[in-house]
Design a protein around this ligand. Structure first.
Ligand code: ADP
Ligand code: MG
Length: 772
């Protein structure tokens, strides 16, 4: 017994579980109200935390011990039925797993127990965290899920799932296969690819679409993660699924609007490019017009800074764009070094900027520094609201136009002056002829005493001077009888040089420079000599202190479109230049006017240049004067080249005058005085003169005395005219030389005087005779 007792004691002592016996205390109603520990095992203190428990009352140890403990132990003691339970002691703060069984006697119970507080607490915590998780899961807007790793069965699905997936979660929890069914066909692969990786312990983030039972498509962001046990094995997989649809829609909308924006941008860019191309095309077109305009054009800012210049203007002023663009317009080349012009151009610009269209004529400097008259204008270009945008400056070279206008004006003036002077001179000429004739006759006959003869000689001299004057006037009026013949200028000018030299005096050097090969010109040699003498005398007057007179002659051909005072054709230019005082512009402009002279009364007639001008014009040539004060004068006389060759026998003009028999001259004039003086001259020239007073008388005379050697007749007479008389006689003697004298230069015969033209030799001899 003792052995057995010792063995049990050893076991009792060695046992890890707590073991004790208690004795209960009941109240009158039989309710257990306390118990005390009788025997406790060595492990008792460790299992209960109560030191020296044996013999102590529970209420003493823990007055607030839960009633459960008293009731349970009371029941075991009273009923004799053992109990096994787990329970918590609030004051001792421990859990125990307890076996309670009765021992002999009504109030004793044996307890075998184990402190299970730590296990209890762990599972409590788990439960709590699970509850918290569940709470969180239930409230979360994302769908949470937990699945068993082995079976794949879903253990938990949060309510958000129903909202997102549109399906009761119970159906999915029951049937895991449904999960995959929701995946959008295009995203099925992605959606299912996560599982193997999760099971391998990886965390997986996925995006996929689902198709809800109602057909709606949603975007899901799914984050899955493995749940491991303490040994690191994957036991569960959890997941959070977020509905991305709205974000996706927003993103998609953003993407689309960005795309639209990009497209819009591209379209805009294309349109801009097209527009630019269009613009540059039209700009090119405008540029073309701008540049090819005959006007000079410039675009200015309202303050006058040059923005654009057209090519015409650049070419005209011989500058490049860089030299003018960006600079004030009035500093441009055409206004260079001319402060007065710059100021007036600036004023024009300012007026235009104020809204006025300005147009003025200005003399400017053009290509090669040539002065040009510019029709200049500045126009304002206002924009909307009247704000000034641009100014357009334009210019047109009207120099030639002005010159042409001036030339025309001059020509018209000359023409009317010519008509006027021509008429007067003509009458004077008619009056002078008998005066001179009578005086001449008186002189020849030696009428009167010495004193009377001197007086008559003086009168004749004056009359001859008057005649010269009248002849010059007629020359200017182009009414002088001209005999244009082919003239060799070498002969004429060389012959004249001596006379000019002596006229000009020793302090003036005369240079004659004629081109070696000069074609004959068509001119009247006497008049030409007169003209050259006139020019030489003018040169002399301009060089009172002496100087150089140069006479040159050269060929000149004027082609079509060539700028020349001469008409198209071939000419010889005779140039007479001096180193004299020259003329100012006003004098040059008026020099050829008849009676224009700067030389004072009694010194100049003002008829020299007008005669030269008239001669040139009558011969179909021209006269130009180039002069400036202090620079001398160059007068250029252009004479048309003669188409006929020069006749060899022209030397007769200079042959010594010799009196010889010339035969009979039939003289017809109704004017007694004129006839008398003419008869006298004819006799002087060696003719035997038969005088009649009418054509009819003459015919009778011819019948009586036969054909004369020459007929000299007035034209306008009472009865038959001189021309008709000539015709009648020419009918009988075709070779008869005829001289018709008339005061009316333009009264040409309506019918030809000669039916058959006289032979060349007859013409030549007649001409020679008549000249003399
Ligand atoms: P006049 O010689 O009788 O004055 P002209 O018709 O010959 O008349 O000349 C008209 C004017 O033209 C002259 O008075 C003179 O002023 C000017 N003139 C003509 N030739 C010259 C010259 N070589 N140099 C300067 N002035 C000239
Ligand atoms: Mg003169």
């Amino acid at each position: 017994m003792r052995d057995a007792q010792e063995r049990y004691l050893a076991l009792f002592n060695a046992i890890d579980q707590g073991f004790c016996t208690i004795e209960l205390a009941f109240d009158e109603q039989g309710t257990a109200i306390d118990y005390r520990f009788l025997e406790v095992s060595p492990s008792f203190e460790r299992q209960t935390g109560i030191a020296d428990g044996a013999g102590r009352w529970m209420r003493e140890i823990a007055p607030d011990q839960n009633q459960f403990w008293f009731d349970t132990y009371g029941r075991v003691a009273q009923t004799g039925e053992p109990a096994h339970f787990e329970s918590f002691s609030t004051p001792l703060d421990r859990w125990w797993d307890v076996y309670a069984f009765p021992i002999s006697g009504e109030r004793r119970v044996a307890l075998l127990f184990r402190d299970i507080s730590s296990q209890k607490r762990a599972s409590e915590q788990l439960r709590e965290s699970e509850a918290r998780f569940r709470e969180f899961g239930e409230a979360a807007s994302d769908a949470l899920r937990i699945a068993d790793a082995k079976t794949g069965h879903l253990e938990y699905l949060s309510p958000a799932f129903e909202r997102i997936w549109g399906e009761p979660r119970a159906r999915v929890l029951r049937d895991i296969g449904r999960w995959a069914e929701f995946l959008h066909p295009d995203d099925r692969e992605t959606g299912l690819s996560g599982m193997p990786r999760l099971l391998a312990g990886e965390r997986v983030t996925n995006e996929y679409r689902i198709v809800r039972p109602d057909g709606e498509v949603r975007w899901i962001l799914d984050v899955g993660f493995p749940v491991l046990d303490h040994s690191g094995r994957v036991v569960r997989v959890a997941g959070i699924a977020q509905d991305l649809t709205e974000r996706r829609v927003a993103e998609e909308a953003l993407r689309k609007s960005e795309q639209r924006l990009r497209e819009l941008n591209a379209t805009l860019e294309r349109r801009v490019a097209e527009r630019t191309a269009e613009l540059s095309e039209s700009e090119r077109r405008f540029r073309g017009i701008f540049d090819s305009a005959l006007q000079f054009m410039a675009l200015l800012t309202p303050t006058g800074t040059v923005v654009e210049v057209n090519r015409t203007a650049l070419a005209w002023s011989e500058i490049t764009t860089d030299e003018i663009v960006g600079k004030p317009f009035w500093l441009a080349a055409p206004m260079r070094d001319d402060p007065a012009l710059q100021a007036s151009i600036q004023a024009c610009v300012e007026r235009a900027a104020a809204g006025e269209t300005v147009r003025e004529e200005h003399e400017m400097r053009g290509a090669g520094d040539a002065r040009a008259i510019i029709d200049f204008s500045v126009k304002p270009v206002p924009g909307e609201g009247g704000k000034m945008l641009w100014l357009v400056a334009e210019g047109r070279d009207i120099t030639e136009l002005k010159q042409a206008q001036e030339a025309l004006r001059q020509a018209q003036k000359m023409e009317s002056m010519g008509q006027l002077t021509g008429g007067v001179a003509h009458d004077f000429n008619d009056l002078l002829t008998p005066i001179i004739g009578s005086l001449d006759m008186s002189v020849r006959r030696g009428v009167g005493n010495d004193r009377e003869r001197r007086l008559v000689a003086g009168a004749l001299q004056s009359a001859e001077r008057a005649k010269t004057l009248v002849q010059r006037l007629l020359a200017f009026a182009r009414r002088q009888p001209l005999q244009p013949t082919p003239v060799d200028l070498h002969t004429v000018i060389d012959g004249l040089a001596g006379l000019i030299e002596s006229t000009l005096g020793p302090h003036i050097t005369v240079n004659v420079r004629l081109a070696a090969e000069l074609p004959p010109v068509s001119a009247d040699p006497n008049q030409l000599e007169m003209a050259l003498l006139n020019l030489a005398v003018n040169a002399r007057d301009a060089m009172p202190e002496g100087g150089v007179l140069t006479i040159e002659a050269r060929r000149e051909s004027v082609g079509t479109g060539q700028r020349s005072p001469l008409r198209q054709g071939h000419y010889v230019l005779i140039r007479v230049s001096d180193t004299g005082v020259g003329m100012d512009k006003a004098t040059v402009a008026r020099a050829v006017e008849p009676f224009f002279s700067t030389k004072g009364i009694g010194r100049g007639t003002g008829l020299g240049l007008s005669m030269v001008h008239g001669l040139a014009a009558q011969l179909g040539g021209g006269l130009t004067i180039d002069s400036a004060p202090g620079r001398g004068t160059t007068v250029e006389l252009g004479l048309p080249v003669s188409l006929a060759p020069i006749e060899a026998a022209e030397s007769a003009a200079t042959a010594p005058h010799e009196r010889r028999e010339r035969g009979t001259a039939l003289l017809v004039d109704d004017e007694e005085l004129v006839r008398m003086s003419t008869a006298d001259m004819l006799m002087d020239l060696g003719f035997e003169v038969i005088e009649t007073r009418s054509a009819e008388d003459s015919l009778r005379m011819v019948e009586q005395r036969g054909m004369p050697d020459v007929l000299v007749t007035d034209h306008l007479m009472p009865g038959m005219t001189g021309a008709d008389l000539a015709r009648t006689l020419r009918a009988k003697a075709a070779d008869l030389p005829v001289l018709i004298v008339s005061g009316y230069a333009e009264a040409t015969a309506s019918r030809p005087i000669c039916r058959a033209s006289p032979s060349r030799s007859a013409m030549r001899s007649w001409r020679r005779r008549s000249r003399r």
